[in-house]
Ligand binder design. Structure first.
Ligand SMILES: [Zn+2]
Length: 485
């Protein structure tokens, strides 16, 4: 888009007189569009982002300014929005700006949109909305940006639209302010997010920093099946709340003993723990053994494992969590020792599998965390084959160690343990096109940045593991002298 120089327009400009220098910003002829370094126009091109704004409430928004008048010939963007865009550009310097926009074109001007310079201040039309391109690969996820802005409750925000949702500062139609509602405008806003700024004089030109840090850097959660699983946990939490309420109601009537109520709450918590284990458990990298072909011979990778283990350090941001994992490994040690004595597998190897697969829950099978009350239902399914509930955790653990082949191993050096854990989760991280140290081992260390199987056989190069890796648990034990080699 051509940059229209202000000085080239001076002769033809019949707009009211004012001193542009007083604003110390660029202003543009009403028919001209800002240069690429600012934004381009929102035009009526088929692939552009023309959209009306259902929330643009003209009557309420006039404030001290006047409604758009034909006499307004020149415009500028509210400074608060320029500040926002400057911060976004600093966070994602290489982001695409193809769906960025500020001012509406002539067709747009007839619509009820904050992209029109309807707000007039100092003789200039003020554009009080910008669109910011959705370009997650370029470092700017517009959905996350919209969510960070919503969560910030910045008083400058009038409303935000992103991905078929809108959140307004003010309550609308019985929905509280700052709450996402469905947005049914013709443009789904999945290529950009839209931010309208509060037209109050003290707000739209405020250059205070925006709180958008949460929108950049590693995503807090990986997408896909895990998110669905957590939705299930949330539903269970709600159920737990309802259970407590029911208990309270009954208690006030029939006087249910506290012990009965506490036991019910504990049982509900066990269910939650089981579902948690199911949600965070690392998916198999090769459910169909597709990548089993890349399984390296142990002797060929022994040195690699030893080098990685020697050079791994705990990600400082995860140090507290790693310490907690070590505490949990030691807490269950008597039972791990018992399983070790009966299987020949070291207690710490069993303990770490227990953390990875069953979230340290002794009410769950070692295989996969499924409840001990019956045989496993997840893969490996139907274990142990002989099971008479309520049988104990130890006999289930022995079955798991047996079927995985761990019970027959004699050499339990560091490299063998790491090799066994990687084999257990799968060899998918070694396949062509992935090629990273497995986060099943190295998560929470300097050897894991990003990249993770988020569902069985499905690799996401940007997902980050939230589970402490097996090697890092072992490293924590070794560092404190709990285990020596
Ligand atoms: Zn917009």
């Amino acid at each position: 888009m051509d940059h229209v120089q202000d000085d080239e327009r001076t002769g033809a400009d019949t707009a009211p007189t004012y001193d542009i220098q007083a604003y110390d910003i660029q202003a543009y002829d009403i028919q001209g569009y800002a240069g690429e370094e600012v934004t381009h126009a929102i035009d009526a091109d088929p692939c552009a982002d023309l959209h009306g704004d259902i929330d643009a409430d003209w009557a309420d928004s006039r404030d001290s300014a006047t409604l758009e008048a034909p006499a307004v010939r020149r415009w500028r963007i509210a400074e608060g929005l320029l500040k926002l865009r400057e911060q976004v550009n600093a966070k994602a310097p290489n982001r695409s700006k193809t769906s960025d926009g500020a001012i509406g074109d002539a067709a747009h001007a007839t619509r009820n949109s904050d992209h029109n310079p309807w707000l007039v201040s100092g003789g200039l039309g003020i554009v009080t909305a910008v669109d910011i391109t959705h370009d997650p690969a370029g470092g700017c996820d517009a959905g996350r940006l919209a969510e960070a802005l919503r969560a910030s409750r910045d008083p400058r925000i009038k409303y935000i639209i992103s991905n078929k949702r809108i959140a307004s500062a003010a309550p609308k139609g019985g929905v509280p302010g700052w709450t996402w509602r469905a947005y049914t405008g013709s443009n789904p806003h999945n290529k950009h997010c839209h931010i309208s700024i509060n037209p109050a004089a003290a707000q739209f030109d405020s250059k205070a920093p925006w709180q958008i840090d949460a929108a950049f850097g590693p995503a807090p959660e990986s997408a896909g099946g895990e998110a669905d699983a957590f939705a299930g946990i949330e539903a269970a939490l709600k159920a737990l709340g309802a259970l407590e309420q029911d208990g309270a109601r009954e208690a006030s009537g029939d006087g249910v003993p506290l012990l009965v109520r506490l036991t019910a709450v504990r049982d509900a918590a066990e269910i939650l723990l089981t579902r948690y284990a199911e949600a965070v458990r690392a998916p198999a990298t090769d459910p169909d053994d597709t990548f089993e072909a890349v399984r390296p011979a142990f002797e060929n990778v022994r040195g690699q494992y030893e080098a990685l283990f020697a050079s791994c350090t705990v990600n400082p941001a995860r140090a507290g969590e790693v310490a907690w994992y070590r505490t949990m490994l030691l807490r269950g040690r008597p039972r791990y020792e018992e399983a070790a004595a009966k299987s020949g597998v070291p207690w710490w190897f069993i303990a770490i599998i227990h953390g990875m697969e069953a979230s340290f829950n002794f009410q769950g099978h070692l295989h996969n965390g499924d409840p001990l009350a019956r045989r496993t239902v997840q893969v490996p399914r139907g274990r142990p084959p002989v099971w008479n509930p309520p049988s104990d955790w130890i006999s289930s653990a022995l079955d798991a160690l047996q079927i995985e082949g761990f019970a027959g191993i004699r050499d339990w050096g560091v490299a063998r343990a790491l090799y066994s854990w990687e084999a257990y989760n799968g060899w998918g991280y070694r396949r062509a096109g992935v090629g990273i140290p497995s986060p099943y081992l190295w998560s929470f260390s300097n050897h894991h940045k990003k990249g993770k199987f988020v569902a069985d056989g499905h690799y996401d190069p940007n997902a980050i593991s939230k589970q402490c890796g097996t090697a890092m648990m072992l490293k924590a034990l070794v560092a404190k002298g709990d285990v020596t080699f």
